[in-house]
Design a protein around this ligand. Structure first.
Ligand code: FNR
Length: 209
């Protein structure tokens, strides 16, 4: 099975973030063929469109865009703040989307996980993020949906791994589905490029000399 580079973006800066621990669990479950890298967003200055006019971009913007750009796929794990996406994550989305025409999100397969101690599992943030991904031309995995509710410190063992139970079962399913999703999108794209190249060669051969 192919090994894909996955950029993980966590929408919480909290040291003991539940979402960060969920993200780590997904990596641990598919460590054999998902090569995961946490891409930090806490040091990104607030996006300001004036930056796009400058030759010199803020160093954290450059680092962030390079890390996201090099990934085969993106995994978002985010809390919900006031029924929406935390500001720090929305800022990262905006930073990656600009300068205009050079978005690093374009065409990247993605999955969105939201986790909360509350009962609706960050549904609002999850779908707000999906809305941005539509505009950013990112194919987002549809199933299994991951609104992880009732997540707490008690969901994890001393090593920070998910304890056995329905939450771990869902996250395991999700980790497998995400690998297959990234593979489906990237292979489909490769096949289409291959077909297009073959059609172009055939068209050239058919031209009268
Ligand atoms: C929250 N929390 C929260 N939870 C939720 O399910 N829906 C919500 O709208 C909100 N709103 C909200 C706003 C703000 C400003 C804070 C600080 C918190 C609670 C939140 O889910 C909880 O703190 C999680 O533990 C945050 O995720 P991390 O940091 O553990 O990943």
């Amino acid at each position: 099975m192919a090994n894909y580079k996955i950029a993980i973006i966590v929408g919480s800066l909290r040291k003991d973030s539940l979402n960060r621990r969920i993200a780590r669990s997904i990596c641990a479950l598919r460590g054999d063929n998902l090569d995961c890298q946490m891409v930090e967003i806490g040091d990104l200055p607030l996006y300001n469109q004036d930056y796009d006019l400058q030759r010199q971009q803020p160093e954290p913007f450059v680092r962030f865009r390079e890390q996201v750009g090099a990934a085969d796929g993106i995994l978002f794990c985010t809390p919900e703040y006031n029924r929406g996406v935390p500001g720090v994550l929305k800022n990262a989305i905006d930073v990656g989307s600009r300068p205009y025409g050079r978005s690093v999100w374009d065409q990247k397969p993605a999955a969105i996980v939201s986790a909360s101690p509350g009962s609706i599992g960050g549904f609002g943030a999850n779908h707000q993020l999906r809305q941005a991904c539509v505009f950013l031309n990112m194919p987002v995995m549809q199933q299994p949906e991951a609104y992880l509710g009732h997540v707490s410190d008690d969901s994890f063992d001393e090593d920070g791994c998910l304890k056995e139970g329905p939450l771990k079962d869902l996250v395991t399913k999700l980790a497998h589905a995400f690998h297959d999703w990234v593979e489906t999108i990237l292979r489909a794209r490769e096949l289409l490029a291959h077909d297009a190249a073959r059609a172009e060669r055939a068209a050239k051969r058919a031209q009268p000399v």
